[in-house]
Design a protein around this ligand. Structure first.
Ligand code: HEC
Length: 203
């Protein structure tokens, strides 16, 4: 701005001095606002971050730990159901711990008949029963197990066999309801218990 425009501005505004710089009080709302913001922020933090509560912020130590906190999957439900059926129906002879009982029934722990890939063979045992000589983990047995298939729905039989294949240190893929249904249909009409030799021939 040169002199002539400055003087013409002063003339047109009716003043020939700069506006004075004075002090004015800070408006009240401007003093209250930061307090409110801080307080609101603290409340929000409290709601969402739980004030560094160690339970909330504890790091997970493993993926397994996270999985254990997830809602049960279908597979878990099958195992839970299987345990119930097992303890009601099979444990009487084979033991709650699956270890069998001398003179009553052979073990399931590490049994080749339980862990077999040929699940059709395994499903037939509870469906129609088993009688005669059988070797389980190198031990000879020659008793008879009654049929219990008619009393068990396909889902329960699948659940109990899946449980037996994954309890007591056993580890084998689940037996599905479809596999049980298929085996039940394939053996319809059979009332005689199976022999170990016959089961070995099952494809
Ligand atoms: C009344 C007693 C009794 C009950 C209850 C019983 N079993 Fe058995 N189970 C036996 C006997 C005895 C044998 C051996 C039969 C033989 O010597 O031929 C056997 C053998 C087996 C075998 C093959 C051998 C092995 O140990 O792996 C399987 C598999 C089996 N049972 C599954 C079941 C299932 C599943 C149930 C429950 C749904 C069940 N059993 C309930 C008495 C029983």
């Amino acid at each position: 701005m040169n002199d002539s425009t400055a003087s013409s501005f002063a003339a047109s505004s009716g003043r020939d001095t700069e506006p004075p710089v004075g002090t004015a009080p800070v408006p009240m709302w401007l003093m209250v606002l930061p307090i409110l913001l801080f307080f609101g922020g603290a409340l929000y933090f409290d709601w969402t971050a739980a004030w560094f509560n160690p339970v909330v912020h504890a790091p997970f130590t493993s993926l397994k730990q996270i999985e254990s906190l997830q809602p049960s999957t279908g597979g878990d439900r099958l195992l839970i159901r299987g345990k119930v059926v097992y303890e009601q129906v099979c444990a009487l002879c084979h033991g709650v711990d699956g270890a069998g009982k001398p003179g009553q029934a052979p073990t399931f722990v590490g049994s080749e008949w339980v862990l077999t890939d040929n699940v059709g063979q395994l499903i037939r045992i509870p469906l129609q029963g088993l009688a005669g000589p059988i070797t389980v983990k190198g031990q000879e047995w020659n008793l008879a197990m009654p049929a219990m298939g008619a009393a068990l729905p396909d889902e329960d039989l699948a659940a109990v066999l899946t449980y037996m294949r994954n309890a007591w240190g056993n580890q084998a893929p689940p037996v599905t309801t479809e596999q049980v249904t298929a085996t039940r249909n394939a053996t319809k009409g059979r009332t005689q218990p199976w022999s170990a030799v016959e089961l070995k021939a099952v494809q």
